[in-house]
Design a binder for this molecule. Structure first.
Ligand code: GLU
Length: 507
């Protein structure tokens, strides 16, 4: 019988969600949607030492911003809750007892000092079948002694009793079969009486089982834990319903080797978090894709292609297209280089899809930040400005650099261009140009251009010099969209005013 697809994204709220974690969430989501399955968000907060306030809200906000929908979770509810591990203590306690009763786990009373001593005495000490007999645990101590310690309230941990010398097979849908020998595994701690909480391994397996997870899709860094997880499923007698494993390739530094880190982002100037993060302890602010001006669709598209391809060279894909095309067969085993420039390219592409009217609205706060009162302009004016320059932007904020002259007169004139284009005759020629412009009945680009060019040709003026000098007075530099599109938008009066200003100021 085909199993219903149920996947989970299971972050630990220990800080802001890393962009690699976002990709994991995205692949889970794409897989779930494609198969008509369920997407679970489970908060793995059993490590009380590393808990960071605000991290859970951050995760929710980031996923919502990106359009990664959750079917079951702390906020969404569902039939398999609670979805936060710290609220499932009873469940874990019961399952720890199951393993203890079945002889698959045992209690260990070793103090930190005793463990330290064992480590210093035995090189590469590992708590396992070869050493556990010499340690203080419920396998090595007499039953009465164990009872006495428990009655005295001694702190203990529960360890998984790994049988040595067994080949453990992990079947990974991307990597194929991975086999390791159980002798290299240590007797992992599953539960700590000190805080009455399970460790990641126990809670993760119990929850995946109880939540009927069909596929565990997670980062490659969890692959080393997988053999232990397989053994845990067996110990519980759940081998038949064990989920499929999928370990996604690492995100690698844009340059050189190794895993992408926050430091790479700081060093090369790009965010590694979806949203800006304000660290509650240090007060440090880490930049986010949202605040940097990325569109969520662009981030999703960019991330989808870091470790997966559609089988051809299609690059621009909406969420719906990604859902339709995603497949584990086309996920790569090797790490994916984090090509930050490509991320900008995606943003550029997605910005071109947005209507001029909408972009104009998005531009308004940027104008305001630059001291321009956007309400002094018609929306249609801002939209036309945007239509002329949007082909040159990667971010909405880039609109300012490309179009400031539509809102403010030049504050200075590019010196190099002045040296190249300005000459003693230029004020006279431009004064003549003012006459030509003021004589136009129709100031539209299409009407003004042939008249001005005709005048330049009739007079035998240097086309490049006159047009660039004209542009210098209006824009301040020799850049920007087509000159007559600019003047059409600015109108005759403002164009003429700027030419006069330029004649006055440029020496
Ligand atoms: N809580 C783990 C994490 O933070 C979950 C790993 C898994 O998906 O099993 O990534």
């Amino acid at each position: 019988m085909e199993r219903k697809v149920r996947v989970r994204f299971a972050p630990s709220p220990t800080g802001p969600l890393h962009i690699g974690g976002v990709r994991t969430a995205l692949y889970n989501y794409l897989f779930a949607r494609q198969h008509g399955g369920d997407m679970i968000l489970r908060i793995e907060d059993t490590d009380s030492q590393r808990f960071v306030p605000g991290a859970e809200d951050y995760i929710n906000e980031a996923l919502a911003w990106l359009g990664i929908g959750i079917d079951e979770g702390v906020r969404e509810g569902g039939n398999y809750g609670p979805y936060k591990q710290s609220e499932r203590r009873d469940i874990y306690r019961e399952h720890v007892k199951m393993l203890l009763d079945a002889g698959k786990a045992y209690m260990a009373f070793d103090t930190p000092a005793e463990l330290e001593e064992a480590r210093s005495k035995t090189p590469n000490f590992q708590y396992d079948a070869s050493t556990r007999g010499a340690m203080r645990n419920s396998l090595s101590l007499p039953a009465e002694e164990v009872q006495r310690l428990l009655d005295a309230g001694e702190k203990y941990v529960v360890r998984f009793k790994i049988e040595p010398g067994r080949d453990v097979e992990v079947n990974d849908l991307i990597r194929g079969k991975v086999t390791i020998n159980s002798s290299i595994l240590d007797d992992k701690v599953l539960y700590k009486s000190a805080d009455d909480l399970p460790t990641y391994h126990l809670a993760n397996i119990v929850d995946d089982h109880l939540m009927e997870v069909s596929h565990v899709i997670r980062g490659e860094e969890w692959l080393p834990s997988a053999p232990l997880h397989v053994l845990l499923y067996e110990a519980f007698g759940w081998a038949d319903t064990m989920p499929e494993f999928v370990h996604l390739p690492l995100l690698l530094k844009p340059d050189g080797k190794g895993k992408l880190s926050k430091r790479d982002g700081d060093r090369l100037g790009f965010p590694v978090f979806p949203l800006e993060w304000h660290d509650p302890k240090s007060g440090e602010v880490s930049s986010g894709y949202r605040e940097r001006g990325y569109l969520p669709q662009a981030v999703v598209n960019f991330l989808a292609l870091l470790g997966w391809n559609p089988g051809d060279d299609t690059e621009i894909m909406s969420m719906d297209e990604l859902i339709a095309k995603f497949s584990l067969d086309h996920c790569s085993r090797s790490g994916a280089k984090f090509d930050f420039e490509k991320g900008k390219w995606f943003n550029h592409k997605y910005l071109q899809e947005i209507s001029d009217d909408e972009l104009a609205q998005m531009y308004k706060p940027v104008l305001k930040a630059h001291g321009v009162d956007a309400s002094a302009y018609e929306d249609s004016y801002i939209a036309r400005v945007v239509s002329l320059v949007k082909g040159r932007i990667n971010f909405v904020s880039d609109l300012w650099e490309q179009s400031r002259f539509f809102f403010v007169e030049p504050e200075s004139y590019d010196e190099k261009a002045v040296r190249k284009r300005w000459s003693a005759e230029m004020p006279g020629i431009l004064t003549e140009l003012i006459g030509v412009l003021e004589g136009l009945d129709d100031f539209s680009s299409a009407a003004a251009e042939p008249v001005v060019l005709g005048w330049i040709a009739d007079k035998g003026y240097h086309l490049g010099n006159v047009m660039n000098a004209f542009r210098l007075t209006v824009v301040g530099e020799c850049k920007g969209p087509h000159m007559f599109d600019i003047t059409e938008l600015l109108g005759c009066e403002e164009t003429v005013r700027r030419i006069r200003l330029g004649i006055d100021r440029i020496k």
